[in-house]
Design a binder for this molecule. Structure first.
Ligand code: PMT
Length: 421
């Protein structure tokens, strides 16, 4: 497996050489990329000699302007690595990562890689404790970056406090554990064809206005990415979002609840698992005005109910297809969640309390209760990407409990999604 060690410009840069050695002892293929500042502390040659690979130091390194492959090297590296570990990570590097500034090879690689990212900060204690650095750390942690906090002790600057690079063995162990988790998970959904709905539907009032809701699509997209990375074939039925579809997922864009219903029913026969994370309008205007409604005093909108896609999915599914709904509740969540589970007939409901600050709609974080007929499993607050994996763990456990895999295996092969339309 290939691990890239990113080295930024702090006095602890020399310890990255020990980290390279520790990772190599785990039979990992280690590559190194250095920021310009890191090269003030350690020569790239040190790492080239240790790894046997060219050290990547610049986006324009060895630039051959007639060779398109050279211009895309950061993408090739990003796609081919199994983990990126940055040690030491300086305050400046953390700030650039948190704010999406991609102005050198390492920060560009960070933005481009789908691999897990670990950072081991090292700096002066005041820089580490500064609210700006702590805010950047919080942003990165919320996005799923694994932070390996600095240790306390005597620092190179002469001060004593927190800021010393985490122990090299600790960093190496965290990298190995991450790789194991990723590898074990890699193929545990290889038998699944997953249909996921995401985002908030829009019900047109007139050509310029619509009834919508606050769903950003982040929860559904995180589930799609997690399932895809675990080997599933994934079709994402997506109401409008600002998000980039996860690589490898087939996407059907929709606008209204009725379009979402039609897309779900079209793809349902191929699905072994349906997860309905979308926030679907429960009502739509009975009449959509053909022209923009002019401002002329109070108006009354007559609303009619939309179809309940989740219930229809449950009724029309083939034997062996698991159906998991979501419930967004603001009061008495457990009671309402249980009611929804029973009424809709789903195998499970992922219940989230959207009245809680900092989670739910739009946030990068969420917390949920995975509700089945017999269990209520608490999934505490974490990033939506991490929660997606926890939800999928519970779905797979539920499939095992229900012993449905044999039924799915006995069914005719289901067609996989192949396109992005
Ligand atoms: O998109 P994010 O910003 O990341 O936010 C995530 C989320 C809060 C939207 C998500 O976690 C969530 O809770 N989604 C479900 C929101 C919702 O519509 O809940 P509900 O309780 O109104 O609906 C219950 C279930 O029925 C849902 O699975 C919903 O998709 C489904 N439904 C609802 C109405 C309808 N007409 N048809 C349906 O199938």
């Amino acid at each position: 497996m290939k691990v890239i060690v990113g080295v930024s410009g702090g006095i602890a840069a020399y310890k990255a050489a020990e980290l390279v050695r520790a990772l190599q002892q785990q039979a990992l293929d280690v590559h190194v990329t250095m920021t310009e500042a890191a090269q003030q502390f350690v020569q790239p040659l040190t790492f080239a000699a240790l790894t046997g690979h060219r050290v990547l130091t610049s986006l324009w390194q060895d630039a051959d302007h007639s060779n398109p492959d050279a211009a895309m090297e950061h993408i090739a590296e990003a796609q081919s690595c199994d983990a990126l570990v940055i040690a030491p990570a300086t305050a400046d590097l953390l700030a650039r990562m948190a704010h999406g500034i991609a102005n050198d090879f390492l920060t560009t690689l960070y933005l481009a890689t789908p691999a897990p990212v670990l950072v081991a900060p090292a700096m002066n204690v005041q820089m580490w404790e500064h609210p700006a650095t702590q805010a950047n750390i919080a942003i990165l942690a919320a996005r799923g970056v694994q932070i390996l906090p600095p240790e306390s002790g005597a620092l190179a600057c002469g001060m004593v406090g927190s800021g010393r690079l985490a122990d090299v063995e600790t960093i190496a162990r965290a990298v190995v554990a991450t790789l194991h988790r990723r590898q074990n998970r890699k193929q545990d959904m290889a038998q699944e064809t997953v249909l996921i709905t995401a985002g908030g539907t829009r019900e047109p009032i007139d050509p310029v206005r619509y009834l919508g809701n606050r769903s950003s699509g982040k929860m559904g997209y995180a589930l799609a990415e997690a399932a895809q990375q675990r080997g599933a074939r994934v079709r994402l039925i997506s109401a409008p979002t600002q998000l980039q579809a996860p690589a490898g997922c087939a996407v059907t864009p929709v606008l209204t609840a009725e379009q979402m219903r039609a897309a779900v029913l079209e793809h349902l026969p191929q699905a072994t698992l349906v997860i309905k994370a979308a926030a679907v309008a429960d009502f739509r205007p009975r009449i959509t005005a053909g022209q923009k409604i002019k401002r002329s005093g109070p108006i009354t909108l007559e609303l009619e109910p939309t179809g309940d896609i989740l219930s229809e999915t449950v009724q029309r599914r083939l034997p062996g297809t698991l159906v998991v709904g979501f419930a967004a509740e603001t009061n008495d969540p457990l009671e309402h969640g249980r009611g929804k589970l029973a009424r809709k007939g789903a195998d499970a409901i992922v219940l989230n309390d959207v009245s809680r600050a900092g989670i739910g709609f739009e946030s990068d974080r969420n917390a949920a209760t995975f509700l089945t007929e017999s269990r209520a499993i608490d999934l505490p607050e974490m990033s939506k990407r991490a929660l997606a994996d926890r939800i999928l763990d519970e779905v797979l456990a539920l499939r095992r409990d229900k012993n449905l895999l044999s039924e799915v295996g006995a069914m005719p092969t289901r067609r996989a999604p192949t396109d992005r339309g």
